[in-house]
Design a protein around this ligand. Structure first.
Ligand code: UGA
Length: 432
């Protein structure tokens, strides 16, 4: 494998992970960003993103002379063989992905891209974007390739270096093969296809995962009504290799910066071609219902009325292992509880306390026992590992109402019962 000269535009968790990991595979990588302060910090090896192993890889890359950071993309691409676009594609009007940043970068670099270079979209972009980008660039000597990422926040470095698959699509076969070759050391199954199909893989995969979770959450609700136990049900389902054990954990619904955005975008794309997609609509609406359902559980635990009740919350981030609050189900549940007049005291090991997104009526504290203090109920919303080993006798002493609502089935009900606490989970019989 030959080391390549690579430019990565955008140093968010996808761009920085891509840059640092490609450098660790031996390539020479320049990462560009518009934010001068961020570039200065990264050049010193300071990483603000919460991703295990990322800071170390960045520092190693810099020390080895294979990774550098620059401001602006135009200067960076002059000698590039491959340019990765890793810029945000937020949810725009009506759920469609907003491609303004992708197009602005294309505009900025179009005249300076060297002949024979390959432009790769890694950001999740609607089917047809590679084609539009090629038109936008209007450079017959520059090929456009779609190479979607499948990185989970919180395990992005691990996912990059241990991929289930590499997907590369282009209408120029040779360019697709050159991009696929960058990953050859990883030995992953590689799907070489056209640009539209590669773009579709990303949406189809994320929407399938969202549908799997909405299905599991609905089955969990049904289990509650029929007296079945979702933990045993999903275990029994998961041994079927066609289903698999992963992504079967019920909870307050799926969130984060990807699944909500991508389900809305695919629905929008389908509507644009007048394709009716009731299954995807149900996936999305069933997810909103989960938030309400969790609020109902807390209301019931508080005796039917939330107004004036003090509620302790464990976890606010959209999942454990991240400091990301974007589209967090926990935050939405908190907002709904606050809207009913509950007074909220929350603890989250990933948050420092300066987050502007926190709803009014919510106080962030820096230890879980303080969150429990004099609360009518304690509600676990994010599955941080450390919540499993809390001192439950101490929690019971702190609480006013001896009830824990576990929206992730994360805790051991028997451990709580021994501390005289009653446990209410999802899709399982409460333990008192
Ligand atoms: C997701 C996909 O898993 C990645 O493959 C994809 O690359 C990424 O989006 C993206 O498009 O960039 P991520 O958003 O980091 O990754 O988070 P996940 O770990 O997939 O979790 C998504 C949501 O589902 C979270 O709210 C999580 O708590 C929830 N979830 C996940 C469950 O409720 N139960 C589960 O069993 C798994």
């Amino acid at each position: 494998m030959f080391a390549r000269r690579i430019v990565v535009v955008g140093t968010g968790y996808v761009g920085l992970t891509t840059g640092a990991c490609l450098a660790s595979l031996g390539h020479r990588v320049v990462c560009s960003d518009v934010n001068e302060q961020k570039v200065a910090e990264l050049s010193r090896g300071e990483v603000r993103i919460h991703e295990p192993g990322l800071a170390e890889l960045v520092q190693e890359g810099i020390a080895a002379g294979r990774l550098e950071f620059v401001v602006g993309s135009a200067g960076a691409v002059a000698e590039a063989e491959v340019v990765f676009l890793c810029v945000p594609t937020p949810m725009g009007s009506g759920g469609a992905a907003d491609l303004a940043v992708v197009e602005a970068v294309a505009q900025e670099v179009r005249e300076v891209l060297p002949t024979g270079c390959v432009m790769v979209t890694k950001s999740t972009v609607p089917v047809g974007t590679s084609k539009r980008l090629a038109e936008h660039l209007d450079r017959a000597d520059v090929a456009v390739v779609s190479n979607p990422e499948f990185l989970r926040e919180g395990s992005a470095v691990h996912d990059f270096l241990n991929p289930d698959r590499i997907v590369v699509g282009s209408d120029t076969q040779d360019a697709a093969e050159r991009v696929a070759a960058l990953y050859s050391r990883l030995g992953a199954p590689t799907v070489l296809t056209d640009a539209a199909s590669a773009e579709m893989v990303k949406y189809a995969a994320n929407c399938f995962l969202a549908t799997k979770l909405s299905y599991v959450n609905a089955i969990a609700e049904l289990c509650e009504q029929l007296g079945a136990d979702i933990t045993d049900v999903t275990e029994g389902m998961g041994y079927d290799r066609r289903i698999g054990q992963s992504f079967l954990q019920p909870g307050p619904g799926w969130g984060g910066s990807c699944l909500p955005k991508d389900t809305a975008a695919l629905l929008q794309v389908a509507e644009a071609v007048e394709f009716d997609f009731p299954l995807l609509r149900a996936t999305i609406s069933s997810n909103s219902h989960q938030r309400q359902r969790m609020v109902a559980k807390v209301r019931e635990a508080c005796g039917g009325v939330l107004a004036g009740e003090r509620i302790g919350l464990l976890g606010l981030t959209f999942k454990a292992g991240t400091d990301d609050l974007r589209d967090s189900p926990a935050l939405e549940v908190a907002q709904l509880l606050a809207a009913e007049g509950a007074e909220l005291v929350a603890y989250d090991p990933g948050l420092r306390g300066d987050e502007p997104e926190l709803p009014t009526g919510l106080t962030l504290v820096d230890d879980p026992y303080q969150a429990a203090k004099e609360a009518s109920a304690l509600v676990l919303l994010t599955e941080w590992q450390e919540f499993r080993s809390l001192d439950w006798n101490r929690i019971a002493d702190a609480l006013a109402g001896l009830v824990v609502v576990d929206t992730r089935n994360h805790l051991d009900p028997d451990v709580l019962r021994r501390a005289n606490l009653s446990w209410r989970g999802v899709g399982r019989t409460p333990v008192t």
